[in-house]
Design a binder for this molecule. Structure first.
Ligand code: GDP
Ligand code: CA
Length: 328
């Protein structure tokens, strides 16, 4: 179904986003709905303190991608990056060496840390950083409170919890995750504007972001899941799992940790019909449409590979079209 373009004018769209999958989808959404009012609720569970600096990888991936500063091939970090500072730190024996912070990127974290130190909340800092990047969306951190995703693993017979970045970047998800915990989430509050945006939305979208450590973490902020479930507007998601595997990255490891199979249908059931009204699977997974619909979630099979802005815009139009279908 195609979406009537006049309905896109001033439509209020809320998108829950992780890093690469969320950011690339948002670029397509902006192209499909240039006049829509888009609010992005960004995951901050990946945030980490490095070298005394506060790093927010997912917020920055969205900001750089939509602002034109992203390293396109890599999908994260800055274009035309150099690594002089990292080299100098290593010469002092100061690590970690496994997290790649480039010189241009460092400036963002310095500004952020300085503002946080001066007492500004993360939401205000993010708004200030976006003054430069003009992402064309309102980018809100899910919370101003510190939430850090930790992963329980067993290494050499010893069970321990490591920061998500250590699991993902240093260990490259090479060991099984036994549990994923958004530490601090229970005591956290949604950032200013988050619940308001959900309450005023015409449609809510889950891009093909990681269902556990990106969207799952945002949903773990008290009040967010309930606000979405009670918003009374269509909630439509796009599967990050295509042909029973993540398109990119190791999302299957995170799904296994919460007992969910790596299939498009299992992810839809994991969100559940209490949250999702519509779900898009890739055409290779067309055979699962019936399964998803039997869970009470309207489902369509369409191409879901974000090979470029036009292909991604087509995905966004399908998502908005499905939203109108479930609204009717
Ligand atoms: P991260 O924070 O950088 O890991 O990014 P997200 O959580 O926003 O998105 C990660 C997810 O995006 C992974 O699970 C991928 O499977 C998914 N993904 C990446 N590229 C594509 C694509 O072209 N199509 C689909 N359907 N999913 C994708
Ligand atoms: Ca992330």
């Amino acid at each position: 179904m195609s979406f009537p373009p006049d309905r896109l004018l001033c439509m209020r769209i809320v998108v829950l986003a992780g890093g690469i999958g969320g950011a690339r989808f948002l670029r397509g959404l902006k192209s499909a709905a240039p006049d829509a009012d888009i609010t992005v609720i960004g995951n901050t569970g990946d945030d980490i303190h490095l070298f005394g600096l506060k790093v927010c990888p997912d917020l920055d991936t969205v900001m750089y991608t939509l602002g034109g500063g992203i390293n396109e091939e890599q999908g994260w970090g800055r274009a035309d990056e150099t690594f002089q500072v990292k080299g100098e730190l290593a010469a002092y024996g100061v690590g970690p060496e496994w997290f790649g912070l480039g010189d241009r990127d460092f400036a963002t974290h310095i500004v952020r840390t300085q503002m946080l130190g001066a007492g500004y909340p993360l939401s205000a800092v993010t708004e200030a950083l976006c003054e430069r990047w003009q992402p064309g969306v309102r980018l809100l951190p899910m919370s101003d409170d510190r939430i850090e995703t930790h992963v329980a693993v067993e290494v050499d017979g010893e069970r321990k919890a490591v920061h998500f970045q250590e699991y993902w970047v240093k260990l490259r998800a090479s060991v099984d995750a036994q549990a994923v915990v958004p530490v601090g989430a229970e005591q956290a509050k949604p950032a200013p504007g988050v619940l308001e945006a959900i309450g005023e939305a015409d449609v809510i979208l889950f891009p093909p972001s990681n269902p556990v450590v990106s969207i799952g973490t945002i949903l773990a902020v008290p009040g967010v899941r309930e606000a979405i479930a009670d918003a009374g507007v269509p909630v439509v998601g796009l599967s990050p799992i295509v042909g029973d595997a993540p398109v990119r990255g190791m999302a299957d490891k995170m799904l296994a940790a919460v007992g969910v199979e790596s299939t498009a249908a299992a992810v839809a059931r994991h969100y559940g019909s209490g949250l999702l009204d519509g779900w898009l699977v890739d055409t290779v997974d067309a055979g699962t449409v019936e399964d998803v619909e039997s869970a009470g979630i309207r489902c369509r099979a369409v191409p879901l590979m974000m090979t470029g802005v036009e292909a991604t815009a087509a995905m966004a139009r399908e998502a908005l079209g499905l939203a109108e279908e479930v609204r009717a």
